[in-house]
Write a protein that binds this ligand. Structure first.
Ligand code: GLP
Length: 269
């Protein structure tokens, strides 16, 4: 796991947006996994900016979103499809045919989930999966005790997740307690994973994910098993990491901060 600690949320977002741009620039037909929540918002804004400046095109990019609520219409203002349209898709040149969500119109969740997995495979797999981190260590909507090899399926949300996401809903509004989410096994099949996490309230989940044992109790700890994961974290969220000095030192060896290349410092003597 590559751990990049940056002072502020803005720097985290810039770094993440640069990684995403690099992937698209290297492969215009990239398959990207996108996430919702507040964490990627600034990253999406920076990507839009890059598109507007003519630095980046999403014309041939395909996307698979991590998760979607069950029980909300496509155009519901709290659906994740709506969120992605509002915050990214309607502002860039992506072809709407290439946008995918784990939705299930016929309520046959097994079939819809299997179809989503097949679609990802048919596209050649996900080149880069963007993730946020739930307060309880969830990724996507893989709540604690989710199987570490799980595939796309319907999940019941924990009370904690429902409470934490209630800030997005009007008090009088129906808030789903079910979602379809890529599984942890689905996420781990991505060629590269980029997780962004900011804020003091995530510091326990950050420690559990990076330095804790691999455990279904912290679903994000499964990322320790992935050989190409970058975690970009702000100082507030990194505050309780035991080895933060090592991560900073290790990062100082990177020549180009968004690439995977290492520039070893050679002793001249
Ligand atoms: C939701 C999403 C996750 C997201 C998490 C954290 O539960 N399903 O994909 O990572 O929230 O959200 P936030 O970034 O708002 O803290």
């Amino acid at each position: 796991m590559r751990i990049v600690i940056l002072p502020t949320e803005l720097e985290v977002s810039r770094f993440a947006a640069d990684i995403i741009s690099d992937v698209i620039k290297k492969k215009s037909r990239s398959v990207l996994g996108f996430a919702t929540g507040s964490s990627p918002l600034a990253t999406y804004e920076i990507l839009i900016e890059k598109y507007r400046k003519g630095e980046l095109s999403f014309k041939h990019v395909s996307t698979f979103n991590l998760d979607e609520y069950v029980g909300l219409k496509h155009n519901h203002s709290q659906s994740y499809r709506y969120f992605m349209n509002e915050h990214l898709f309607q502002h860039i040149d992506i072809d709407i045919q290439n946008i995918n969500f784990p939705e299930c119109i016929n309520n046959d969740f097994k079939e819809c989930s299997a179809n989503y997995e097949s679609l990802i495979t048919k596209q050649g797999g996900i080149d880069l999966q963007l993730l946020g981190l739930g307060n309880n260590g969830h990724i996507g909507f893989n709540e604690p005790t989710s199987s570490l090899s799980s595939k796309t399926r319907i999940k019941t949300l924990t009370k904690k997740t429902i409470e934490s996401n209630s800030r997005f809903f009007d008090p009088s509004e129906f808030q789903p307690s079910l979602a379809i989410t890529m599984g942890i096994g689905t996420i781990l099949q991505s060629k590269k994973i980029l997780l962004i996490v900011t804020g003091d309230n995530k510091k326990k989940a950050v420690v559990d994910m990076i330095e804790g044992p691999i455990s279904a109790f912290c679903p994000a700890s499964a990322l320790q098993l992935h050989n190409n994961t970058v975690v970009v974290v702000d100082e507030a969220a990194a505050a309780n990491l035991q080895l933060s000095e090592y991560y900073v030192h290790s990062e100082s060896m990177h020549l180009n901060s968004t690439s995977d290349r290492i520039a070893p410092k050679i002793n001249a003597n």
